[in-house]
Design a protein around this ligand. Sequence first.
Ligand SMILES: [Zn+2]
Length: 156
Amino acid sequence: MSEKLSINSRIAGDEVYVDLIGVIDEDSIFDKIKNLNMSKFVFDFNQVSMINSCGIREWIKYLQELDGVEIKYINCPQIIIEQVNMVHGFIRKGIIVESFFAPYFCPNCDTEKKIILKNTEVANSKAPVKQCNTCKSDLEFDAIEKQYFSFLSQGK
Ligand SMILES: [Zn+2]
């Protein structure tokens, strides 16, 4: 019942935007985004529902095809960040994780919130202060900061 990965790509200027949709695992095939002969890639992980360690291995193999290419990751969901923090290689030297989701909690609403952060908002593994979109009170960061943000120092 595994949901296959689908990949959409579009070229804008000198960049190729790649949407990854579904599950990244040992069956994921990245042929569609090989040999594109572009120098800048933006990978949008927003719609990735699952990634496992085999999927990360496949991804790392795919990255080897993109030698010397400028790479950005955007909209990385929490499930990706958690895997990336455990399995190294997903972020290699020169890859920028431009935006990603982080877990917050509103004590007032008693609700978990996934907030999108930019890499530039996080300094020294400190979660930026964010407000609840419902009640406007300050949210609490809902993970161990040092651990959750450790991927930001990978690839450096
Ligand atoms: Zn609230």
